[in-house]
Design a protein around this ligand. Structure first.
Ligand SMILES: Cc1cc2nc3c(=O)[nH]c(=O)nc-3n(C[C@H](O)[C@H](O)[C@H](O)COP(=O)(O)OP(=O)(O)OC[C@H]3O[C@@H](n4cnc5c(N)ncnc54)[C@H](O)[C@@H]3O)c2cc1C
Length: 399
């Protein structure tokens, strides 16, 4: 493609991985530089479209909410058909990673159960998540000494909030268990054959209420989650789902591991390094090395990711470019800090884009899709490719 042969992406969070995927899918070489894992492991693995309006009320129909609303103040609204194509493409891509999306994409937000039994809206989720159009009666499964999921409290809250029955099933802990086990150790254990066998036996012995879905804390394996689900379904013949726990999240780790494996197989170079300066075509590392490429993209994650520094007087700057990103006068301002346009001198994607508070409104996934597509279209156009029509021309397949 044109003269765009190699790009550098700074940041290994979901926005960096998404932009890298768009580039590799078009045959462009990618080097990712990151000084940390990024926020994937903080997510349960689901991508939000928009969960709450500016006043904090739940949004049920994100398609309608986005109609006429620009992703950032200076942009045009994205037509519904284009959002749809982007989400469909992402869902198809998940399948390539071995992540089965539960809808492709959903018509409305659905209800995801939280570790304390309340429910929150969710959009595109891997099918291991327990996300339903309407809450329904469930059996919540806990384990002795597993404090990350207080199952009795969760069941009480679930019943109170949804009006649906929540039975409680508490399983013992496995023979290998020690008090040092965190959710990840449980998940690694269930990846093993003995772990799966133990779980099947424990469930049979506990005689779960027949016909109710079994909803577990999100610890049913890391790389072999599908085998664990199949084993439980085969043993008990009921629907199974998981509740994402508080960070670090096993669901997000599953996604990141599969995604990075896929990218590496396609030639992605991943460097652990701290960048200190970036221009449109170069990145300087802390150890003095200078890397150059046809383009550089910053996916550095805003304030939480390390991509924006805020001084005590509230002045916000990008430490890599020195660009002044305005002033935060109230804590609310912090979530909106970032670049007014993603395709500035050094293009930015993900939370580095400003204007909306992705975390407060639950729209992180949408902003990654939009900024990734927009920056990718800009890079293609900048190297003399025939510029595609506003949005539609850029609905390229990831595969
Ligand atoms: C706890 C939590 C839960 C969330 N859950 C969801 C969810 O369920 N669904 C959803 O859609 N969104 C969720 N979000 C998403 C959120 O709103 C953002 O959209 C998302 O985290 C942004 O990802 P990112 O790739 O832009 O940045 P990040 O994931 O923060 O990645 C930033 C990357 O930049 C690197 N970096 C920064 N500066 C440098 C430097 N100088 N040199 C080298 N590397 C550097 C970091 O090491 C890191 O790899 C969640 C966020 C948080 C914090």
């Amino acid at each position: 493609m044109g003269t765009l042969k190699q790009i550098i992406v700074v940041g290994r969070g979901p926005a960096g991985l998404y932009l890298s995927t768009l580039a590799l899918a078009q045959g462009v070489g990618v080097t990712v530089i990151a000084d940390g894992l990024g926020s994937c492991a903080l997510w349960g693995g689901h991508w939000d479209f928009v969960s709450r309006d500016e006043q904090g009320h739940v949004v049920q129909d994100p398609w309608r909410w986005w109609e006429g609303r620009p992703p950032v103040p200076e942009a045009d609204p994205v037509p519904r058909s284009v959002w749809r194509a982007w989400w469909q493409d992402l869902a198809r891509f998940w399948r390539q990673l071995g992540i089965v999306p539960d809808h492709e994409p959903p018509r409305t937000n659905r209800w995801l159960v939280t570790p304390v039994g309340t429910v929150r809206p969710v959009f595109l989720a891997p099918q291991w998540h327990w996300a339903e159009e309407e809450p329904r009666p469930v059996t919540l499964v806990g384990f002795h000494h597993f404090i990350d999921f207080p199952v009795e409290v969760a069941a009480q809250n679930y019943q109170q909030e949804t009006g649906c029955r929540a039975e409680v099933l508490v399983l013992p802990h496995p023979p290998l268990w020690t008090p040092a086990w965190q959710p990840l150790q449980w998940a690694w254990y269930f990846d093993t054959d003995p772990g799966r066998e133990w779980l099947k036996d424990a469930l049979r012995a506990a005689s779960a209420p027949a016909s109710l879905p079994l909803v577990f804390p999100q610890i049913l394996g890391v790389d072999r989650v599908d085998a664990v689900f199949s084993a439980i379904q085969a043993a008990l013949g009921v629907a199974v789902g998981e509740i994402p726990l508080t960070p670090p999240s096993v669901g997000g780790l599953r996604v990141q591991r599969r995604w990075e494996r896929w990218l590496r197989r396609r030639g992605l170079r991943l460097w652990s390094a701290h960048a200190v300066r970036a221009t449109a075509t170069s990145v300087e590392l802390e150890d003095g090395r200078m890397l150059t490429a046809d383009a550089v993209v910053l996916a550095t994650g805003g304030i939480l990711g390390g991509g924006i520094q805020v001084a005590v007087n509230g002045a916000a700057t990008d430490p890599l470019t020195g660009v002044d990103l305005g002033q935060a006068t109230t804590p609310r301002d912090l979530g909106r800090l970032g670049y007014p346009r993603p395709e500035m001198a050094v293009p930015v994607v993900g939370r580095q884009v400003g204007g909306r508070d992705c975390d407060r409104q639950g729209m992180g996934g949408a902003m990654i899709l939009w900024s990734g597509r927009r920056v990718w279209r800009h890079l293609e156009a900048a190297v003399g490719e025939e510029a595609p029509s506003r949005h539609e021309g850029n609905v390229g397949r990831l595969s």
